[in-house]
Write a protein that binds this ligand. Sequence first.
Ligand SMILES: C[S@@+](CC[C@H](N)C(=O)[O-])C[C@H]1O[C@@H](n2cnc3c(N)ncnc32)[C@H](O)[C@@H]1O
Length: 264
Amino acid sequence: MDYNYFHAQKANRHKRVRGRTVLVIGCNTGGDCRYFVDLGAKEVHGVDVVDGIGRDFPHPTVTYHQESAEAMSLPSGYFDLVYSVATMEHVPDIFRAFSEMARVVKPGGVVYSLAAPLWNSRHGHHYPQYFVNYPWAHLRLSRDEAVRYLEENSVAIAEANGTIQDVVAYMLDARNFNMRPSTDYIAATARLPDLKVKVNMLDREPRGAIPPEVLDELAAKGYDEADLRAITHCFIAKKRKPWRLFWVELSNAAVARSPLARQP
Ligand SMILES: C[S@@+](CC[C@H](N)C(=O)[O-])C[C@H]1O[C@@H](n2cnc3c(N)ncnc32)[C@H](O)[C@@H]1O
């Protein structure tokens, strides 16, 4: 199954979106928005900084906003589901972006965020296909060394990725990745106001997965072993309803259940 579709389905199990409002952060050309339209959302919004935002999925149910996840123009407490996949590792200030997600989600709504591969992980450069035999290449090679490695190993670059120089320039450009350690993701999501955390975890490669000589090289540069193994950050949280709203809902439910309410 398609990775993004899998996560849209999973998010939909945490918060049914049929008839509800959804915000997709890092919507790019619109692919993820399509899933939520198909799942029956009544209103979908997509946020991304990219030019050509929503280009592949214009739809009357979807509104696109070309702006950063760190400072959204969207109203507070509006969305039933705030969803983000494969995006937060690109957003410069994840503390602000997660706070924004917590702000715009509705009481009773859910934030679903999956960031991967994290920068300090084996493929944090996002080009696993070109560095199969050179793990953590982005933390170990300079720009010139990376170019030389790809040239000497006659690595074939897909047309869409341009030249070897383009690939290396992209993967080492701080504008493309936040380059934050995995611990920042846990810290940024640990104490968001009014959110009840269901999942806040890092998926790691097993202990011993880092070849000893690579670990020694990266430890000498100050990298932490557990951080180097952290590939994915998954965060799922529900916004608490204020007590006042809770009591109103409870009493409405009680009234609806009472025999008087059933009288013609
Ligand atoms: C790897 S793409 C993922 C797109 C889509 N979520 C997917 O999984 O196919 C990362 C996206 O994050 C967007 N992005 C980067 N920085 C951003 C920011 N500060 N605010 C919102 N989106 C951002 C990029 O423009 C890009 O569309």
